[in-house]
Design a binder for this molecule. Structure first.
Ligand SMILES: Nc1ncnc2c1ncn2[C@@H]1O[C@H](COP(=O)(O)OP(=O)(O)OP(=O)(O)O)[C@@H](O)[C@H]1O
Length: 354
């Protein structure tokens, strides 16, 4: 669990060396793992051979229920925990060998060394900034203030850390990750403890950082909270990476349906036409109070068991219905949410603990 937000994992890292030849296989991804595995002494395999691929420039939602292995994976990515097996490349360089070169370019919000409880938020950031050998001490105050403002903590900058709410602590952890420009941000449950407004602000911040060219990996067990900001998604379950890829493709491929509303009299014709077009699972809902009927059918290849090319495009379905004389009051393509995809894949609710 990520309960106590703490300092960045990068705070104590030395300055980046000048150009150094890359070691190991070169990948263009911001994060790449091969067979990454963690077996704890208890015998529990918390992470089970995962191949994570986070393209540069992506906002990668690293999602999964409590206990699915997200935090353990993130700790291995950052070199905070040694993998039992497998490899990690960050920004094209092998970890942990290249840690001193790579980590200064990586901002992280992870459970870790606590902030000093009796120091203010600003003073805590100043401490972290001071151990960064590459940071100019003359501009330390400006850096801390900018980071505090960015996460909405400007007004509480002089309050002691111990008086911060959980949400304020979480924001300070984010501010620490943002003390300097980063190529990659790794945020473990950044919305933990935040109210809906704070959650929206984090989403906004993530989008802003991504627009400025930073790759972001953001973990959450609350899928709906984060999925709207992601370009890519990886879903963990029981230590395995169950699904990974561009967000739109993941929901487009599974369980999309065309949904058509017609006058009641046209319902049977609509149903027949959808079946004739080869769409699976065509069903009609009971007639609504306004005398209309909603008919739907599966549009996705894996549901129909057909290659995608064999299925008509949505606009062709609409055209065929009109040609068949069906009165169209509404025509829609409904994609499932990521949560529905997850439930379909695992047969479990998203919040089920292991
Ligand atoms: N140090 C440890 N020793 C033994 N088992 C551990 C250790 N740390 C984590 N685990 C176990 O490994 C599994 C994965 O935990 P992890 O914290 O990585 O999950 P998570 O997906 O981040 O969950 P959450 O959303 O609750 O933070 C859990 O079953 C957990 O109990």
């Amino acid at each position: 669990m990520t309960t106590a937000p703490g300092a960045t994992a990068t705070a104590a890292a030395p300055a980046p060396a000048p150009e150094v030849a890359q070691a190991g296989p070169v990948s263009d991804d911001a994060i790449r793992t091969h067979g990454l595995t963690k077996r704890f002494r208890t015998g529990q395999v918390a992470v089970d051979g995962i191949d994570l691929a986070v393209p540069r420039g992506a906002v990668y939602g690293f999602l999964g229920p409590n206990g699915s292995g997200k935090t353990t994976t993130i700790r291995m990515l950052l070199g905070l925990v040694a993998p039992t097996a497998g490899q990690v490349h960050l920004l094209g360089e092998p970890m942990p060998q290249a840690a001193s070169r790579v980590l200064p370019r990586v901002g992280a919000l992870v459970e870790g060394p606590a902030f000093q409880p009796y120091l203010s938020g600003r003073a805590n950031l100043a401490r972290l900034d001071a151990v960064d050998a590459s940071a100019d001490p003359r501009t330390a105050r400006a850096r801390s203030d900018a980071a505090l403002d960015r996460v909405g903590l400007g007004a509480a900058a002089d309050k002691r850390y111990r008086q911060y709410s959980l949400g304020m602590k979480q924001r300070l952890g984010l501010a620490a990750a943002l003390l300097r420009p980063r190529d990659l941000l790794v945020l473990d449950e950044p919305t933990n403890g935040l109210d809906p407004q704070g959650t929206r602000e984090v989403r906004h911040l993530v989008r802003e950082l991504a627009d400025a060219g930073t790759t972001v990996l953001v973990s959450s067990h609350l899928l709906a909270e984060i999925e709207q900001v992601c370009t890519h998604v990886g879903i963990m379950g029981g230590g395995r990476l169950l699904l990974q890829g561009p967000r739109d493709q993941l929901t487009a491929r599974r369980g999309s349906r065309v949904v058509v509303r017609t006058p009641q009299a046209d319902g049977p014709a609509a149903l027949a036409e959808l079946r004739r077009l080869g769409l699976a699972d065509a069903t009609a809902e009971p007639v609504a109070a306004d005398g209309t009927v909603t008919v739907s059918a599966a549009l996705a290849d894996d549901v129909a068991g057909e290659p995608a090319s064999a299925l008509p495009a949505p606009q062709d379905v609409a055209g065929a219905l009109v040609r068949a004389g069906v009165g169209l009051l509404a025509f829609d393509v409904r994609r499932p949410s990521l949560e529905q995809v997850f439930v379909e894949l695992t047969g479990e609710g998203f919040d089920v603990a292991r």
